[in-house]
Ligand binder design. Structure first.
Ligand SMILES: [Zn+2]
Length: 409
């Protein structure tokens, strides 16, 4: 059985972790910042040093290529991302990119002739300091001018970042690749949750990536004098918002055990000790891997209206975001399971509660993901860690699954 070179993988992983390193551990590589761009240059240099071809597309996605003997062969994409949230760990995204590169080198060194080209790809701005899934949406044709017009990281920041990277919005919108040229997509990633470590399992075979919806809900009552307005004459907007926050938790725990919902922000106006709140606006987000998003949306928005009505408030709802859930491909999952079995590892099927580039790719090509345990379930923090043995296991599963998909194992 063909294995990755664990020492070479480790040297790459450590070197990459020094780019954008933080004094207290971890890294910071926000999209199109100096550290992010340096990491991407480093990736291309490592690919060239291994004798691989490289390319950068109009969305700034950086790739290493191992071409097939047949120039018409389709391409199996293996990838993840080198950008990070502003204060991040060394594993999120980075592990998947260095493992993908190592898979190409292992296949090349073994002299295997595959019916597919292999491409290790570093997608632009997965973690969303600017847009989120920017490179993968561009590649799959899901990116729209509307998305670019209101990016979550700010429009001015996006424009400045694209200019620093030498990219254009027109280029991004035209970066779609013909899916007929793709054979599939596989991504190795850390779990970013506690399940695998808690249950002592080596590998998570991802079944689906959850969908999410987000809303701003403004509860409006009347701003009144806090001393002269009797309790029974108040229309306290924050009280309505608070009852709604409690109801969200209760409803999801009781009736939607396979879903999660979060109120992550509240703003109160006018916001003073001596004024009854006239308006309270909450940020609501909920996620589900199955088909329950519609039912949950209906239930939670009805609850907001009910809590508002009980206090003579109004509740105005603005839709903010919507990510569809993505089912990952059965054949790709079977290839991952076969690789796990051959390596003598343990695995479970599991959904991903976090978003990943694979959810964009799943819309156009058979896609799969391999999870490895996160120590303590911690992620998006400098203390994020995966044991080195688990990293190597994940890279070997990625290699084994890729060979199976290519019919070469
Ligand atoms: Zn990630």
């Amino acid at each position: 059985v063909l294995l990755v070179d664990a020492e070479r993988l480790r040297a790459d992983f450590d070197e990459l972790g020094s780019i954008g390193a933080l004094a207290g551990g971890g890294v910071s590589r926000p999209t199109f910042g100096a550290a992010h761009m340096a990491a991407r240059e480093w990736f291309l240099a490592r690919a060239r040093a291994a004798g691989l071809d490289t390319r950068v597309d109009a969305a700034g996605n950086h790739s290493a290529l191992l071409v097939a003997a047949d120039p018409g062969a389709r391409t199996l994409l293996l990838g993840s991302h080198l950008d990070t949230v502003p204060v991040a760990g060394r594993y999120d995204g980075a592990l998947g990119v260095v493992a993908a590169l190592e898979v190409l080198r292992a296949v090349k060194d073994a002299g295997l002739e595959l019916p597919f080209a292999l491409e290790a790809i570093d997608f632009t701005d997965e973690d969303g300091t600017l847009v989120g899934l920017l490179g993968s949406w561009a590649l799959t044709g899901a990116l729209t001018p509307q998305i670019l017009s209101a990016p979550r990281g700010g429009r001015a920041e996006l424009v400045a970042g694209l200019e620093r990277a030498g990219l254009s919005e027109g280029g991004l919108l035209g970066a779609r690749r013909d899916p007929d040229g793709l054979a599939g997509y596989l991504e190795l990633h850390i779990e970013q949750g506690p399940v695998l470590e808690r249950d002592g399992i080596d590998i998570g075979v991802v079944t689906a990536i959850v969908g999410s919806r987000s809303f701003r809900i403004a509860f409006t009552g009347a701003a009144d004098h806090a001393g002269t307005t009797p309790m029974d004459a108040r229309r306290d907007a924050l009280l309505g918002a608070a009852r709604f926050v409690a109801a969200v938790n209760e409803i999801v725990v009781r009736d939607f055990p396979d879903c999660v919902a979060t109120v992550g922000d509240v703003s109160v106006e006018p916001g003073a000790f001596n004024v009854v709140p006239g308006r309270a606006t909450v940020a609501l987000e909920f996620r589900s891997g199955g088909g329950r998003l519609d039912a949950l949306e209906e239930t939670l928005l009805a609850s907001a209206a009910r809590e508002a009505g009980a206090l003579r408030l109004t509740a105005d709802v603005i839709r903010v975001g919507r990510w569809e859930p993505a089912r990952l491909d059965d054949e790709v999952r079977a290839a991952v399971w076969a690789a796990v079995a051959e390596l003598g590892l343990s695995a479970i099927d599991m959904p991903s509660g976090a978003g990943h580039d694979a959810q964009a790719l799943a819309a156009v090509t058979p896609s799969g993901m391999v999870f490895v345990p996160s120590v303590g379930g911690v992620s998006h923090d400098p203390s994020e860690r995966t044991t080195w043995q688990d990293c190597v296991n994940g890279a070997n599963v990625l290699l084994g699954a890729a060979l199976r998909l290519a019919g070469a194992a």
